[in-house]
Design a protein around this ligand. Structure first.
Ligand code: SF4
Length: 399
């Protein structure tokens, strides 16, 4: 059977850091640093050449940060390296994350020519005052211009990210954002609830914290999102992701179904050939290491090259994923999808019936109405999704 791997490329640059963001990204880096970083990414992509010959690539995700900050020539370069060293399938989904305010017509055309066929635009809110409060670099009009430019450039698969539970947001202003987004008719909508992360300006701002909507209001926003999007033909296929039929994000599905993926760039995680690892997070150490890699290293022809002394510094937390951890992940991630997990798939992967391993927890939650079983699928019900944190914790196996 042919093997597949998905690829993630991390671009850690932003124009200005948003006030709620704890992603690995930096503002104010020089163009020179960006150029050197992209060269290093290409070097890292090349490193895998000897061990990925048997793999097909069905999805690529260029995320960040703000990848659309990079000129089309740099994205073209990254894509050219990927195509040179990996077998990218003809109909692969290739996504780039973009911020309104960084997309121009020429850039979009360049991305298209480089083989990118999906754009994920971070809008977050249609309210300009809210965008300012969040520290976003764009206003709503700039989003409209970017969205229309993407359509004009021929992109037929667009995601829009929005957020609920924002400081000072009311149900009325949230529904206004959601309704306006629906009017654009994107193929995919990601609707996340704001989470306050330690160390961010929001977490240290008592005024912002006092403006957060109560949990009940946030929950109501979540309910409205489900109802309104269902009424407009969007399927909720994961807790926070909605798509028109056939437009579910293939890349995310790989994560949620336990597929293999390789991450390039700082902080990127990988799950490949039974091992899970993260790249180092320090950008200048990463650049120094990759710039000093010798060609001899690149010509190595076995898996050891990924774990030898040189790359041990690049890759942190290399862990062998044994069967118990794989079963736990299969359940944690699979149950995020509204279609849940497949009993047959479980049997095929682990050579055991799912009830042999998880019988008591499944019977308990199915009996209480938090989970359901239909044909081959086992999934969380709406009531189960509401308390998913508690339920998923019960799928941890005693080791
Ligand atoms: S654009 Fe995205 S990655 Fe960059 S600071 Fe804002 S939320 Fe974070």
């Amino acid at each position: 059977m042919k093997k597949y791997v998905s690829l993630y490329v991390h671009i850690p640059f932003c124009v200005v850091k948003c006030k709620y963001c704890d992603f690995l990204s930096f503002d104010g880096e020089s163009y020179g640093t960006m150029l050197r970083y992209v060269d290093c990414l290409c070097q890292e992509i090349k490193m895998y050449a000897p061990i990925v010959a048997d793999y097909g690539v069905r999805s690529i995700f260029i995320g960040g940060g703000t990848p659309s900050l990079l000129d089309e020539s740099l994205i073209t370069n990254i894509m050219a390296f990927i195509r040179r060293y990996f077998h990218v399938e003809k109909n692969a989904e290739v996504t780039i994350e973009a911020n309104p305010g960084t997309l121009r017509h020429q850039k979009l055309n360049g991305y298209k020519a480089a083989g990118i066929n999906r754009i994920s635009i971070g809008l977050q809110s249609c309210d300009d005052d809210m965008l300012k409060k969040l520290g976003r670099i764009h206003n709503f009009d700039q989003f409209v211009a970017s969205y229309n430019a993407a359509r004009r450039a021929g992109f037929q698969n667009i995601n829009i990210d929005i957020m609920s539970g924002l400081p000072g947001q009311t149900i009325h202003t949230y529904v206004d954002t959601l309704s306006r987004v629906i009017e654009f008719g994107p193929e995919h909508i990601s609707a996340y609830s704001l989470s306050i992360e330690e160390g961010t300006p929001f977490a240290k701002d008592p005024q912002i914290l006092s403006e957060l909507p109560p949990e009940m209001v946030d929950r109501r926003m979540y309910e409205i999102t489900k109802q309104l999007l269902a009424a407009h033909g969007y399927d909720r296929y994961e807790f926070s992701n909605y798509a028109k039929p056939g437009y579910e994000c293939k890349h995310n599905m790989v994560y949620w179904t336990g597929g293999e993926y390789i991450g390039f760039g700082i902080g990127a995680s990988s799950y490949f050939q039974g091992k899970r690892f993260n790249n180092m997070r320090d950008i200048f150490k990463y650049i120094e290491l990759m710039e000093n890699l010798s060609d001899k290293f690149v010509e190595a022809d076995n898996m050891e090259l990924l774990y030898n002394d040189t790359t041990r510094t690049l890759r942190e937390n290399v862990t062998n994923i044994y069967i118990d951890a794989r079963m736990e992940e299969f359940m944690f991630l699979g149950l995020r999808m509204t279609c849940g997990v497949s009993r047959e798939d479980f049997k095929e992967r682990f050579n055991k019936d799912i009830y042999e391993v998880y019988g008591s927890v499944l019977n308990k939650y199915i009996g209480e109405g938090f989970m359901a079983s239909e044909g081959d699928r086992i999934y969380l019900t709406d009531a189960g999704i509401d308390v998913s944190n508690v339920i998923l914790a019960d799928f941890l196996l005693d080791s």
